[in-house]
Design a protein around this ligand. Sequence first.
Ligand code: NDP
Length: 321
Amino acid sequence: MSETTSTNEIRETVILGSGCAGLTAAIYAARSNLKPLVLEGHEPGGQLSITTLVENFPGWPEGIQGPQLIENMKLQAARFGADFAMNHLASVDLSKHPFELNLGQTSVRTRSLIIASGASARWLGLPSEHALIGHGVSSCATCDGFFFSGKEIAVIGGGDSAMEEAIFLTRFASKVTIIHRSAQFRASRIMLERAIAHPQIKFMTNTQVEEVLGVEEKEVRGLRLRNRVTNEHTVLPVSAMFLGIGHEPNAKMFHGQIDLDADGYILTANNVFTTLNSVPVPGVFACGDVQDRRYRQAITAAGSGCMAALEVEKYLEEHGH
Ligand code: NDP
């Protein structure tokens, strides 16, 4: 066991998650001499670690690879004294101070907690899809759309995310086909009508993706589809598949301990304060995609990570630490 997970020591702060929000919180907390412990979690580096070129993070005029950006942030946090552990949180009782985080084989005690556990894009779960993530399969149109200028692409889903992605992607793609497994759409009327009216967008309903083609070539070549009504199989030649089937916030373990919205996102007051029945939960802050269903950008996640760390500092100071 490393000293970072010793049960005797009480940490000033522990940060749950090592994406953009968690690492920015770690940089700020470390620079305040709080020696934060970052629990890297199930998806170390978060969603940026599975993207390619990030072109909208300020300060990188030529863009920067997502994994490199994350690595830089991690080095920056470590330089100021942040500790990292690969563990992830099994459970915690937020009503007992200091909080004792159960990490499975071990545990750690802390006076404050920053939840930056992110949201995970939903995937179809096909092996071929998994193999081509970053090679034409993407869950982020804003990040990766640019790479498919003049190409034909597919967007999967029937909600607002899929409509929004498809409309956005028409800036680059010559044609966007929305593939939806059902006949009815969840998307709001206005978004759906906008997509239907768009000359570059076509629809396929009752249609399921069975395989992403191009695994051997290491780039998406097309999709093997099945019509769920007629059972007919077809191949749609496309250069990319964008998933727009929703995100899952990684906050299930806090159910009943802090307020979550109907889809499981953490509800925060004043950006980063968690609440239970609308009453603040002392010492527990949330930042990044686990509490943001609206913007979901690297830079907004980083910004809220900074806010959470500043609030931790204030909280600890007010409580005499
Ligand atoms: P939704 O849950 O609304 O829609 C998800 C869609 O993906 C559904 O059509 C669903 O199909 C489909 N889907 C889910 N799982 C699978 C699967 N395994 N295979 C194939 N299809 C699947 O999620 P969204 O992300 O679209 O929206 C979430 C929330 O965010 C909504 O409240 C939405 O209004 C909001 N939002 C608003 C935006 C805006 O206003 N600009 C933009 C984006 C989101 P089925 O219908 O068959 O279940």
